[in-house]
Write a protein that binds this ligand. Structure first.
Ligand SMILES: C[S@@+](CC[C@H](N)C(=O)[O-])C[C@H]1O[C@@H](n2cnc3c(N)ncnc32)[C@H](O)[C@@H]1O
Length: 229
């Protein structure tokens, strides 16, 4: 499948967001981490500054910094408009308005853009995509996936989800996916329950865990997948 930049709506979260979404402890931050569908999030950039190492995979990284920056600027107004139209689907407490949210996301994406070229040289940003990853088995301690699987349940089939999760489980000892609800609707992904069953048959434990992060109403849970003992 050809990945087209004009189809991407680049939107990236920060280290602080990742920490809460995935319940990352101080010890977790020292693990070898893979971020699948890292997009323009600043998690990798901020972790690198702290001396921790994350590898992020995303077909977005095939494009040049200026093209990604242009795409962010082009799509930004429509995202703010979408948030205003769907205002009631979000929790407006810490962040009170769509404009405030926009500023936060833009500042994270600026950190990403400032780090992107250096990080690409250091092989921290790889143009790779699910469901096939070019890594050895158990190369990572932890694989994270934020706002890709389950979020786009309509666009990505059940089979794509299963293959992607199996691949993340192959390359990492533990997988965490957040959130578990569909984009905008806030309803649980229809893929979730059958995936939990399939993963159990594969010999994995897939546990739903509530986290201290909820911006999309109902989106305050992650799926943690480990090899069953
Ligand atoms: C909504 S963004 C989330 C970015 C980041 N994880 C965050 O939460 O801020 C979803 C990302 O998934 C990427 N993506 C789409 N298809 C993918 C695939 N097959 N494998 C990996 N990433 C993919 C998109 O390019 C986009 O950057």
């Amino acid at each position: 499948m050809v990945f087209k930049l004009e189809k991407v709506v680049p939107w990236g979260r920060s280290f602080a967001d990742y920490r809460k979404m995935f319940n990352l402890s101080d010890r977790d931050l020292e693990l070898k981490i893979l971020d699948c569908g890292g997009g323009p999030a600043s998690f990798n950039a901020e972790m690198a500054k702290m001396g921790n190492r994350v590898i992020s995979c995303d077909p977005l990284y095939n494009f040049e910094k200026t093209a990604i920056a242009d795409r962010i600027n082009d799509t930004y107004p429509s995202i703010i408009k979408g948030l205003k139209t769907n205002f009631d689907l979000f929790v407006w407490q810490e962040i009170q308005t769509p404009e405030d949210l926009g500023k936060l996301r833009l500042s994270a994406m600026k950190l990403f853009l400032a780090d992107f070229e250096k990080g690409r040289e250091q092989n921290r940003y790889l143009n790779q995509e699910l469901p096939n990853l070019p890594f050895d088995s158990n190369q990572f301690d932890l694989a994270l996936c934020s706002h890709l699987l389950f979020t786009y349940s309509e666009q990505f089939s059940y089979d794509f989800h299963l293959l992607s999760i199996r691949e993340m489980c192959r390359v990492a000892k533990e997988v965490r996916i957040f959130p578990l609800v569909d984009n905008f609707t806030g309803t649980p992904s229809p893929h979730l329950a059958p995936l939990q069953q399939a993963l159990k048959l594969d010999g994995y434990q897939a546990t739903i865990t509530t986290v201290d992060y909820e911006f999309q109403k109902g989106g305050n849970q992650m799926l943690v997948i480990n090899k069953a003992n």
